[in-house]
Design a protein around this ligand. Structure first.
Ligand code: A3P
Length: 293
């Protein structure tokens, strides 16, 4: 595997970021959204790929086997702010998407989202996942992704996660920011990873309702089967096996897909400290998560 220098973190307008997600800033900020676009906006590791693929199958799953077997998910649903040497930027891929609607992914907090998305009243889907499972999933992702800053060991990473010293900054600020955004910008749908795990079909129905789509039982079956964890894990177009900078031998992108894996990582002391910090940071919000189902 090609050696790539790992990014470092820096403060970017009050949020910890790295160059992979900020180097194309002016271009990203000038992105021209269209009213029919759909933006999937999440904190990293919330189940973004799961929902992106669900939307992709919903809108374009019947375009035939050619698309299904040859276009990886990061080209079907471009990652708006990403920029890597000698590869097309996420912004360019989004600009060039031939489909309508254009499905676009971002991990930006709401204050960084390009203004045309708001001006065009673009539909936004937020995927939320409980903090502890997000931290665990993010830790393993940073280990295997050469494009991310070095995570250190689990206890180091967890401390940094609590302090917001990871790419995209504080989980607490990010999820609260998006949750509150809906008060002033109603065209947002919230999906919780834990709800998707509990009842994918029910969440699929809610998503269709938000998008103004009515689906037959066969359509629903086709999509919900395609996005099952085991099916996605085997599917080379969505399991990121085509991306060179990810070392899947260290930790697969489709890792566990469970609620509550944090219990296999947190010590009792870490849990107490995390909960105490969490209560303080989340006390002024109505946003509630489940860390077990
Ligand atoms: P784990 O590391 O806990 O397994 P993102 O796409 O935002 O990077 O999120 C990746 C996480 O979502 C990983 O979590 C991955 O396994 C999980 N995931 C992806 N598709 C899933 C699916 N169909 N069912 C359950 N979990 C899924």
């Amino acid at each position: 595997m090609e050696e790539i220098d790992r990014d470092t973190l820096f403060d970017f307008h009050g949020v910890s970021m790295s160059k992979t997600f900020t180097d194309n800033w002016d271009e990203v900020q000038n992105f021209q959204a269209r009213p029919e676009d759909i933006l999937i906006a999440t904190y990293p590791k919330a189940g973004t790929t799961w929902v992106c693929y669900m939307l992709d199958l919903l809108y374009f799953g019947r375009m035939g086997p050619q698309r299904e077997t040859s276009i990886p998910i990061h080209k079907r649903v471009p990652f708006l702010e990403i920029t890597k040497p000698s590869q097309p930027t996420g912004k360019d891929l989004a600009d060039q998407l031939p489909t309508t609607p254009r499905l676009i992914k971002t991990h930006l907090p709401p204050q960084f989202v390009p203004k045309s998305f708001w001006e065009q009243n673009v539909r936004i889907i937020n995927v939320f996942r409980n903090a502890k499972d997000s931290a665990v999933s993010y830790y393993h992702f940073c280990r295997m992704s050469k494009g991310m800053p070095e995570p250190g060991d689990w206890s180091t990473f967890l401390q940094n996660f609590m302090e917001g010293k990871v790419v995209y900054g504080s989980w607490h600020d990010h999820v609260k920011g998006w949750w509150e955004k809906k008060l002033t910008y109603p065209n947002i749908h919230h999906v919780f990873y834990e709800d998707l795990i509990q009842d994918t079909g029910r969440e699929f129905d809610k998503l269709c309702c938000f998008l103004g789509l009515s689906c037959s039982a066969e359509e629903k079956e086709r999509v919900t089967t395609g996005v099952r964890f085991d099916n996605m894990k085997q599917n080379q177009m969505v399991n990121y096996s085509t991306v060179q900078s990810l070392n899947q031998k260290l930790s697969p992108f489709m890792r566990k897909g469970k609620v509550g894996d944090w219990r296999n990582h947190f010590t009792v002391v870490q849990e107490e400290k995390f909960d105490e910090d969490y209560t303080r940071k989340m006390k002024n919000t109505t946003l509630q998560f489940r860390s077990d189902v």
